[in-house]
Design a protein around this ligand. Structure first.
Ligand code: GAP
Length: 458
């Protein structure tokens, strides 16, 4: 695991994972573009989540709702009035800060001021003599609330323009489609709806690479259940999410649950837990799991006047389902995965190398095709590349000595390197080198597909 976030930023830039956004124009602060390898890794991560939360579950359905919705959705959900962060300005240097973050940083994460009233935050800052991190003064303006929703406009002329919002979370798209999914899928409560998509927040203090950005992707799951069964399901989803993180290879020691205290809980939530990850800058929220009761559906019932209740034909009861929501950011999870897997000086059995020890299924390339001598082996290697890349993402590399090519692939996490040499020309055999053990096996070209499949299933 890397100790310094800068190392990960450099690594991502050097290896085609993540670039500074709009770089040739001097960049745009806190905007990032995913390069060829980052895009593959992100896609693999989303596939694994989708499989685990949507396709492999009987009572689960997927959705892809619009980013721009009727603005009343955001009025009903409470985002227009209360999706806001407490903003505070230093009177001396004019630096702007998130007031709750000042407390969190001052206490090294021991006190979370999320959900506190403004007065309480101001008092805490004063009593503890918390200073401006930029200039060291202790002279702040009163707190103002800053709404995080991005606004835009639909329409061409001024008098026909109407205000809309870029969605601040994907969850609302699920709530407003609850009835559509229930009806068309003949879904029976309990059931879940999953969605992956972009969300936008005008964050006051973005930063820490892709940890907090203004444009990001979420993987959200809303699980609709019978009232009074919610706490049981809450516990189920907490463990399910933690198991998923371990399954995709995150180190257990870098993960922990943090239950929200009573004063931190939203007024409608019965229970909320964050799964936190030990990032290079400290423990931070990775995945939020919340028992949201019947709050969201009721909000939409009240504002839309539509009946979103559910008739349970097994018990002859009508009720508004309760919701348990596991919600995780793709980018933030990707950062955790990279921090966990990347080691610039991995040393085992006396061999030191740069290694991305990532879950094989997440690896951007599954296999590298390497002709030993370009002139002699490139034709056959190209044929093998064409064949294997129909099934697995593969790269082709013919430059530099074979050792260098192994190292390059170790550094980007490629599980298998296949060498094509004279033996391949003579008797159709190839050497497959495995990333972690560096062991080599000789197999027939025709066995490669099956060999990789079996290794990935392990
Ligand atoms: N629907 C509930 C919801 O959106 P949240 O705690 O605000 O809850 C859920 O966000 C997850 O989305 C977080 O745990 C985090 O992984 C990710 N996330 C939130 N804001 C983010 C940001 N500005 N940049 C990157 N990821 C973010």
């Amino acid at each position: 695991m890397v100790k310094n976030l800068k190392d990960i930023v450099n690594y991502c830039n050097q290896n085609g994972f993540i670039f500074q956004g709009s770089e040739i124009y001097g960049g745009l602060a806190n905007s990032w573009d995913y390069g060829p390898l980052g895009r593959e890794l992100k896609e693999n991560l989303k596939k694994m989540w989708w499989k685990e939360f949507v396709t492999n579950k009987k009572n689960s359905y997927g959705l892809d709702s619009a980013i721009i919705m009727n603005p009343n959705v955001w009025v009903a959900s409470g985002h227009v009035t209360s999706f806001a962060d407490p903003l505070i300005d230093c009177k001396k240097c004019k630096a702007r800060h998130r007031a709750d973050k000042l407390i969190e940083d001052f206490t090294e994460g021991k006190v979370t001021a999320d959900g506190w009233e403004n007065e309480k935050i101001e008092e805490y800052i004063k009593e503890n003599n918390i200073k401006c991190p930029t200039c060291g003064a202790n002279d702040f303006t009163p707190i103002r609330k800053f709404n995080l929703l991005f606004e835009s406009y639909i329409g061409v002329t001024d008098d026909t323009k109407s205000k809309v919002y870029l969605r601040g979370e994907t969850a609302q798209g699920i709530f407003v489609n609850f009835k559509n999914v229930e009806r068309t899928m003949r879904a029976k409560v309990p059931f879940g709806i999953g969605q992956i998509g972009k969300a936008f927040r005008n964050e006051i203090t973005p930063g820490n690479f892709i940890f907090r950005v203004r444009e990001f992707e979420q993987m959200e799951y809303e699980f609709f259940c019978k009232p009074d069964t919610d706490l049981e399901w809450f516990s189920y989803w907490k463990n399910y999410c933690m198991d998923f993180l371990k399954k995709i290879g995150l180190n257990e020691e870098n993960l922990r649950f943090r239950d929200h205290s009573k004063e931190e809980l939203s007024f409608y939530s019965k229970a909320t837990t964050d799964i936190e990850y030990l990032f290079p800058m400290g423990w931070g929220e990775l995945w939020g799991i919340a028992d949201r009761t019947d709050y969201d559906l009721n909000c939409h019932i009240n504002h839309s006047k539509e009946d979103l209740s559910y008739f349970d034909s097994d018990t002859n009861e009508r009720y508004v389902p309760y919701v348990v929501e596991p919600s995780v950011g793709v980018d933030r999870l990707l950062l955790a995965i990279l921090c966990d897997a990347y080691n610039p000086n991995y040393n085992e059995n006396g061999v030191e190398r740069e290694l991305l020890k990532i879950n094989y299924n997440l690896a951007p390339y599954k296999v590298a095709i390497l002709p030993l001598i370009k002139k002699k082996h490139a034709d056959l290697a190209n044929q093998i590349f064409e064949d294997i890349s129909k099934t697995y993402s593969a790269c082709y590399d013919e430059s530099g000595n074979i050792g260098k090519r192994y190292r390059r692939n170790d550094a980007i996490g490629t599980p298998f390197c296949v060498t094509i040499d004279d033996n391949t020309l003579e008797n159709n055999t190839i050497t497959v080198r495995e990333r972690d053990t560096m062991e080599q096996v000789t197999i027939q070209v025709s066995e490669l597909n099956d060999y990789i499949r079996k290794q990935l299933e392990k």
